[in-house]
Design a protein around this ligand. Structure first.
Ligand code: GDP
Ligand code: CA
Length: 307
């Protein structure tokens, strides 16, 4: 089945990996709102998390970076008085150096991303949401913060009143994105943060319009009232309705045709008013990822004839 997955980093990468294991003909559209320039390097945290996860080289415990990574360069940067709040492993740095160099020579991010993925043996297509610069800004009572400043440096703490995607009005879907969407037989919204991972993707002008009339399945990133990782539950409580699959469904609204939620939340299915599957949704092992992906594909298949 031709599947397009919308993804942030960790939750996105894990389900994308499951979909690849399930044999889907997969294109992953990845958030670039977290991208930033640091120490002169262009860093794309979500693209890299998805890339490392699909390549089977991600650090699973940490949730970011490469497994078995060394930190010699970072230690030297620190010793020399450089900024050290955003940790970069040696192998990870190599990728940022290469990408930055190629972007400077004028290649689009989509081409660089595709090439790196191919070199790492990935068969799925990884597409940035856009080749144009977009920067997620975090709105707080004290003013706006750049995304990584809030997420990493301030550990996503403090009150948030909303998000703004700087540059989004001028952003165009990345090369090949509308074609990939048009060919999709199902669209899967990964269990990524709805506010800072999925909303930027859905805000790229023309992207929603390019979605074909096929089942759109979301997997809840919230299990039993909490996020598996990160601030999604708190943001839902502060900005949305509730930290549950119901809050996620409200957030995406009429875009969704079905939802996969955790078995711990099975009691909420009746409130969702769309077809729901309740299953184990914590993706610890490859088997977990595959089983969850199969549930998504199965639900999409069962809805295909109605859409
Ligand atoms: P980030 O960009 O690296 O922060 O990652 P994402 O936005 O893609 O994913 C973050 C979200 O993934 C969090 O809200 C987590 O609750 C969710 N998440 C991570 N791992 C899992 C998992 O195994 N199962 C489910 N259902 N959600 C997960
Ligand atoms: Ca992210």
């Amino acid at each position: 089945m031709k599947v397009v997955a919308l993804a942030g980093g960790v939750g996105g990468g894990r389900l994308a990996h499951g979909l690849a294991l399930a044999g889907a003909d997969l294109t992953v559209i990845v958030n670039t709102g977290d991208d930033f320039t640091h120490l002169g390097l262009r860093i794309c945290p979500d693209i890299d998390s998805v890339t490392y996860t699909l390549a089977g080289i991600a650090n699973r415990e940490q949730g970011w970076g490469v497994a078995g990574e060394t930190t010699a360069a970072m230690e030297r940067i620190r010793r020399l008085g450089g900024e050290d709040w955003f940790l970069l492993g040696d192998r990870d740095l190599a990728l940022h150096i290469l990408r930055t160099d190629r972007l400077r020579q004028g290649e689009p991010l989509s081409a660089v991303t595709a090439d790196i993925a191919a070199k790492l043996g990935i068969t799925a297509r990884i597409l940035p949401m856009t080749d144009d610069p977009v920067a997620t800004m975090v709105q707080t009572p004290a003013g706006e913060l750049s995304f990584q400043n809030w997420f990493v440096r301030r550990r996503a703490e403090g009150a948030v009143t909303g998000f703004r995607f700087d540059g989004i009005e001028a952003a165009r879907p990345a090369f090949g994105l509308t074609e990939a969407l048009a060919a999709a037989e199902a669209i899967v919204i990964c269990p990524s943060n709805p506010y800072v991972s999925i909303d930027p993707i859905l805000s790229v002008p023309g992207l929603r319009e390019a979605m074909p009339k096929v089942p759109v399945i979301a997997v809840s990133p919230i299990i039993g009232g909490e996020a598996v990782k990160g601030p999604a539950a708190r943001l839902l409580r502060e900005l949305g309705t509730e930290a549950s699959p119901v809050g996620i469904a409200d957030h995406y609204g009429s875009l969704l045709s079905g939802m996969v939620i955790d078995e711990a939340d099975a009691g909420l299915a009746a409130r969702l008013r769309i077809p729901v599957r309740a299953t184990k949704s914590l993706m610890q092992t490859d088997e977990d990822r595959l089983a969850l992906a199969r549930e998504c594909l199965d639900l999409a298949g069962s809805l295909a004839w109605t859409s």
